[in-house]
Design a protein around this ligand. Structure first.
Ligand SMILES: [Zn+2]
Length: 305
């Protein structure tokens, strides 16, 4: 699958709706059409209505039905540009900037597009961390200055950081907004995020982690002591936490706790694919085609997770 790596290549590859449509079709059905209802392959293409009709169950489906782009009225070219900017801008792109760059009708449209893309990047439940995994908590959000820090700071959201410790680098990471540092809050994400048998979780001596071994998880707690030592015992968790804070500050002027998890998912996605930036456009497009429709009311409703 070819993917553009510069804006010039992007323009050459996607000059019109038809080129975007052909690309999406190849991304969604790399081996040819497959009916979303019965998985059948034989079909008729209804040219005028741009619908695929399954010859087995007769269901009609559009290219974007049941994907992140389900029911969109925004032209594909604008979606493609949004996905290109989203993939290329490491600091992400603000809804206001996207609205201006694409000439979108409203801020709401731009905001919705970006959040749908973010939601499509959330980690798949089957992707579990393994090996040596560092776990730590950090705080994000709240007042930009003058806020107190520590376990239980007001107006800030606690984020659980899980990251694989490789020999000379960090592996994959998972970030999860949690209400507090109790085992009730941390435990399900710790236990559910790792491959049990092959994984050891490394933490400091915070008591929210102590019940882990009682629940059958291999756990090594180290005495934290001062901040310098904290960095030493969990180096990769600290690196991820400080990268996250810099990214949130550089990108957004205040992420509401309600939507924080989506930003955490976006950050994690980028972090886990660092070094593969050139391929991100293709990856994001594929996620958009594999993802589920997310209506506006669900985007703005409950906190994610
Ligand atoms: Zn069918």
């Amino acid at each position: 699958m070819e993917f553009p790596t510069t804006l010039i290549e992007f323009q050459d590859q996607f000059p019109d709706e038809a080129s975007c449509w052909r690309y999406l079709k190849a991304v969604r059905w790399p081996d040819g059409f497959r009916c979303p209802r019965c998985q059948g392959r034989p079909h008729t293409y209804l040219e005028g209505r741009r619908l695929f009709q399954c010859r087995t169950c007769h269901a009609q489906t559009s290219l974007t039905a049941r994907t992140v782009l389900h029911g969109t009225r925004t032209p594909l070219r604008k979606w493609f540009l949004a996905m290109f900017f989203f993939a290329r801008h490491k600091q992400s792109i603000s809804a206001l900037q996207l609205k201006r760059d694409l000439g979108l009708g409203s801020y709401g449209t731009a905001w919705t597009m970006l959040h749908k893309l973010r939601a499509a990047l959330s980690r798949r439940p089957h992707q579990l961390l393994r090996g040596d995994v560092e776990a730590d908590e950090t705080f994000v959000g709240g007042p930009r200055s003058g806020g107190k820090c520590g376990r239980g700071a007001p107006n800030k959201t606690m984020v659980l950081v899980l990251v694989e410790r490789r020999e000379h680098s960090a592996g994959a990471a998972v970030l999860r907004a949690v209400p507090d540092g109790s085992f009730d809050s941390l435990g399900p994400w710790l236990r559910g995020g790792i491959e049990g048998a092959n994984t050891t979780i490394w933490t400091d001596d915070w008591n929210g982690y102590l019940p882990l071994s009682r629940h059958g998880v291999k756990h090594r707690a180290q005495i934290q002591g001062g901040p310098a030592r904290a960095k030493k015992i969990l180096p990769w968790a600290h690196l991820v936490a400080s990268n996250l804070k810099a990214w949130l500050l550089g990108t957004f002027r205040g992420v509401s706790p309600k939507h924080l998890q989506r930003y955490l998912d976006e950050f994690t996605y980028r972090f886990s694919r660092r070094g593969l930036e050139d391929r991100l456009f293709f990856y994001v497009t594929r996620r958009a085609m594999e993802g589920e429709p997310l209506p506006y009311h669900r985007l703005t409703a409950e906190p994610v997770g």
